[in-house]
Design a protein around this ligand. Sequence first.
Ligand SMILES: Cc1ncc(COP(=O)(O)O)c(C=O)c1O
Ligand SMILES: [Zn+2]
Length: 471
Amino acid sequence: MSLELSAPPQSAPACADDGVWLECIACEEQFAPFDEIRYTCDSCDGLLEVRYADPPTFEDFGSGASTDGPDRGVWRYREALPFDLGVTLPEGDTPLHEASRIREEVGVEHLRIKHEGMNPTGAFKDRGMTVGVRVAQELGVGRLACASTGNTSAALAAYGARGGMETLVLLPKGKVAAGKIAQASLHDARILEVDGNFDSCLDIVQELAERGEVYLLNSLNPFRLEGQKTIGFEILEEHYADYGTYPDRIVLPVGNAGNTAALYKAFRELVAGGALDESEVPKLTGVQAEGAAPMVEAVQNGASEVRRWEDVETRATAIRIGNPVNAPKALPGIYNTGGTAVAVSDEEITDAQRALAGEGIGVEPASAASVAGLRKLRKSGDIAADESVVCLTTGHLLKDPDAAFEAGGDPEPVANDAEAVLDLISPGERSPLQAASRRVSRATESPALPALIGGGLALVYLGYRKLRSDS
Ligand SMILES: Cc1ncc(COP(=O)(O)O)c(C=O)c1O
Ligand SMILES: [Zn+2]
């Protein structure tokens, strides 16, 4: 099975374990999945993919699986995963929100927001970690590690803690949102802040992994993407249940391009299993911040490789990445599904974050990039008005409280006094006349109004009777 959308199913090679093996996407060399720790190909250093002899169909999921297990979340899809259950909190089964105001504003047929910020640690990374930490147990490794723009470190720390394992995280100093460091800290990861960007953190962790010091749980690890693949299964199942069709397009933020690669893999497997027609595969559409957009540059040039950006900057720190390691898996996903990629400014990201918040959906800046990208591509006409679109929002609002305050405004101080509060919330209404008119208007809204009117009429009638009897 190559990276073509139409690749047929493969039969298991001799090295496979229960129908599962690793395969290099560049030279197609095959490896046993769990006999040794490897992240890339021994021969050519290409990226590895987990392959299965039995591609899944929708009937295999949940209660249709040949094994007992959860009916919801990541492990609902165990027939398409290397294990039946992992170290779980549990993860997945995230909401597919409607967003009617944004839908009307941009003008598309359907718009749904797949809010991955509703996972246990507040980001999609949990889906990858539940599988990755299970594999770490299988391999018998001691120390788990990752480089991170924040969310991977929070997920690794939580899932490592759950599995009773030691965790080490390398973060770019001063560039990780507060909520994420707080999580890694409380879940007791060893946190090292590197004087460099995410890409240099990943270089270091990769070197430590090659020396056998740590087990690497970045998305370079092919098992991480197996868990993240379930986002694709969930979106297709939920969309079909609601509309009887699959979405035309999935718009998602891109950093290391792990999700783009993982969603494409989910679709390829369903096509190989005959469950999905090639024409039904959603167009994968990646969005990056203008200051960190090497994938967008590659797609705009029709290139098969990305150029590493050394200097990257964006308010959306989660996608402040200049060297997307999964690009060789993700670019075919964008090209072969008829998708595209677009860069958005930090202002556009913040505006989209506000628009989502206005629908009650709280996301961190990187997540809002998907909606900012949708707006931009609708304006340019790259996305058509008759499309059904799903935007992926990858992390929760509380991950980055500083960004939320900047987008939303700070609380105002007020004296401990009701009049002072009224002065602030209804300014200009404090003259005696306005106060009196407010009392009248309050009285007319009062539920006691009919009784008052009734009482008034009774008094008038009694007065009239008295006048008659006196005359
Ligand atoms: C909130 C958020 N969105 C998007 C991304 C990028 O995801 P990917 O590396 O799969 O492109 C990350 C991870 O780095 C993230 O934390
Ligand atoms: Zn190879």
